[in-house]
Write a protein that binds this ligand. Structure first.
Ligand SMILES: *[C@@H]1O[C@H](CO)[C@@H](O)[C@H](O)[C@H]1NC(C)=O
Ligand SMILES: *[C@@H]1O[C@H](CO)[C@@H](O)[C@H](O)[C@H]1NC(C)=O
Ligand SMILES: *[C@@H]1O[C@H](CO)[C@@H](O)[C@H](O)[C@H]1NC(C)=O
Length: 592
């Protein structure tokens, strides 16, 4: 009984029935049935005022739920023509809040409930079976075209708990039951739908892009884009052009510099921009001119307009990358970085004084709000690797140092960082967070400073088998390990590196037994070079990529202390104060 209760709780806690649609995504679930009852319920949230939510498609029959001008509309056809039911007038559902929809049909009796509003209708005709052949579509109809129901915008937002006549569609799609088809859906409610207009945009996945709504640019445009990346080749902005296909506009990074290409004009800027720093790009274009400035260094070129007064850029604008279907055409136009996304961040952009950001996106792929990219190899005065090592970007904000010797990490590097296993660099071993100690003080080194991320238990290694050898002792302090076992007086064992190669274990760390004792010198940086070694229990053998030792550095920040002045008075001597001395300035004496 209790167990059942817990199991129920667990299954409720799982967000198994939630999906994000990104404007070009859809789920199609094959279903064939002919029923006199229809029960549909789901929850959704979106900022779009027009979008397809759900379609149940037959050869002539259908049931379609969509947003039209911010209202929910149900279109249903049981063979005797279409009937329509609309949510109540004054309320707009395109407000990014969750809304609950439930549709109940008993033969001709139709009820639609949206949040707390109920609308009813009696359907015409004599036959009340809804004949479904092609299945259920969520968020978009993909390339399904048997039934033409007019142009439909894809959904962008979240849906959850979608039931169609008792079938949990999202759950079926997620577990890939039967021949369900899923395109570009993630099983969460993505944070980008909550981003505000000022949020930076991270392009994370290879192939990431964002599509802006149509922006009128017949006469040209004035764009301001701020970005950061280390990619030498990438798309910044692209418009494939309109129907005739002669005009287009591409802003790309090629071999580290910005290149703007239009049908009749080309300009290549001289500033190198793939250095991981923010750069500001201003682009002014019209049928006879391209003006490009990077960080306020302007270049321009006249275009042989051939008499045309207007540009045909009526297609959508791609930001940060191009959808895979459109890349081939872009290559054909001479856009060389067509298949490379920016793998970096773009700030909300300004087009002719209007701001566009994540909330304006009509389609996105592989993006996320806020700028999560950080390029440690390209940043700061103290680089993360020793001079003879090569620093490689790892993921969105990490690095790996590669060199011939054991210690590739710069002991002066004072930021937190992660260490990855040598051969398979995907495996995170340990995260280092610099230790802070007061000048002349003692600080406990905890698992928050040396955070072993590797699931060592999985490899048969206990905490006492995770050895941390002190390969190089700190220069301005010592490492002490508390040897007492719940005895009152602490008894330290100083661990000195190099000569003895002593070590402590993860168990010592998690029991707060390891300390750094500063020597009181006026040095405000120190470093402890450690080597991690894993000793599995008998019967276990470590995979080769975890054998041997991994060398890394725990950086120590020493906070200076104002040494108090020392006043030694010999017995019998008298301290005389000048007339002007105040009590406040000499607080160790009592004043009369
Ligand atoms: C919702 O859609 C309506 C109709 O398209 C529009 O007038 C309104 O501004 C939209 N509301 C929001 C919050 O976007
Ligand atoms: C539909 O509604 C009518 C009137 O309320 C009722 O008489 C009829 O039984 C209903 N039909 C079904 C199938 O529930
Ligand atoms: C006391 O010392 C302060 C500066 O320390 C000086 O400005 C002030 O004039 C002095 N007052 C007297 C009475 O000497």
């Amino acid at each position: 009984m209790e167990l059942l209760f817990i199991l129920c709780l667990v299954s409720f806690g799982l967000a198994y029935d939630k999906a994000s649609f990104y404007g070009a995504s859809y789920i199609s679930y094959p279903l064939q049935e002919a029923k006199g009852v229809t029960d549909i319920s789901f929850r959704f949230r979106t900022h779009l005022s027009d979008a397809l939510l759900l379609l149940a498609a037959g050869k002539t029959d259908y049931c379609m739920i969509r947003l039209e001008s911010g209202k929910l509309k149900l279109h249903i056809n049981l063979g005797a023509g279409e009937s329509e039911l609309s949510s109540s007038k004054g309320t707009y559902l395109n407000d990014t809040q969750w809304h609950h929809v439930s549709i109940i049909r008993r033969e001709a009796n139709l009820t639609m409930k949206v949040d707390d509003n109920v609308v009813k209708k009696r359907l015409p005709g004599r036959f009340f079976e809804l004949n479904i052949h092609f299945g259920i579509f969520l968020g978009g109809q993909g390339d399904f075209s048997e039934l033409f129901l007019g142009h439909m915008e894809n959904f962008r937002g979240c849906m959850e708990d979608v039931y169609y006549n008792g079938v949990k569609i999202i759950e079926k799609a997620r577990s890939r039951t039967g021949s369900v088809h899923v395109e570009g859906v993630t099983w969460n409610c993505a944070p980008e739908f909550d981003a505000d207009i000022n949020s930076d945009i991270s392009f994370i996945d290879e192939g990431a892009y964002l599509v802006l709504p149509k922006i009128n640019s017949r006469a040209g445009g004035r764009w301001q884009i701020e970005f950061k990346t280390i990619t030498p080749n990438a798309i910044v902005l692209y418009n494939p052009g309109g129907g005739r296909g002669s005009d287009f506009l591409a802003v790309e990074i090629l071999e580290g510099v910005v290149r703007v290409k239009m049908a009749r004009g080309l300009i290549v800027h001289s500033e190198r921009v793939n250095d991981g720093q923010w750069h500001k790009l201003h682009l002014l274009f019209n049928p006879s001119l391209i003006e490009l400035s990077i960080d306020n260094i302007a270049m321009s070129t006249q275009i042989e307009s051939g008499g045309t007064r207007y540009l045909d850029l009526s297609d959508l604008f791609y930001l940060g990358g191009i959808e895979s279907d459109k890349r081939q055409k872009a290559f054909a136009k001479g856009i060389k970085a067509a298949d490379s996304s920016i793998m970096g961040c773009i700030r909300p952009i300004e087009v002719d004084d209007k701001i566009y950001g994540l909330p304006n996106a009509v389609i996105s792929y592989g993006v996320s709000p806020r700028c999560v990219w950080w390029y440690p190899c390209h940043a700061g005065p103290s680089p993360p690797c020793v001079p003879r090592a090569t620093c490689e970007q790892h993921g969105v904000d990490h690095f790996t140092c590669k060199c011939d010797t054991d210690l590739c990490i710069n002991p002066d590097y004072a930021e937190k960082y992660k260490v990855f296993s040598k051969s398979s660099s995907e495996l995170e071993l340990v995260a280092l967070y610099p230790l802070t100690v007061q000048e002349g003080g003692v600080a406990v080194i905890t698992t928050q400073n040396i955070d072993v991320i590797l699931d060592h238990h999985k490899y048969g290694v206990r905490p006492s088998g995770v050895l941390l050898h002190v390969a190089q002792s700190p220069q301005h302090g010592r490492i002490a390990v508390d040897l007492t076992l719940q005895r009152n007086l602490p008894q330290y064992n100083y661990v000195d590196g190099e000569k003895s190669k002593q070590f402590f274990t993860l168990m010592d760390l998690s029991r707060d037994k390891v300390r750094y004792v500063h020597d009181g010198s006026e040095n405000h940086q120190d470093a402890i070079v450690l080597e991690m070694e894993l000793i599995p229990e008998t019967k276990f053998t470590l995979p080769s990529y975890l054998q041997g030792r991994n060398t890394f550095v725990l950086h120590v920040n020493v906070t200076p202390v104002n040494d108090p002045p020392v006043l030694n008075l010999l017995p019998g001597k008298v301290l005389r104060l000048t007339q002007n001395a105040t009590c406040a300035s000499i607080n160790f004496l009592s004043c009369f």
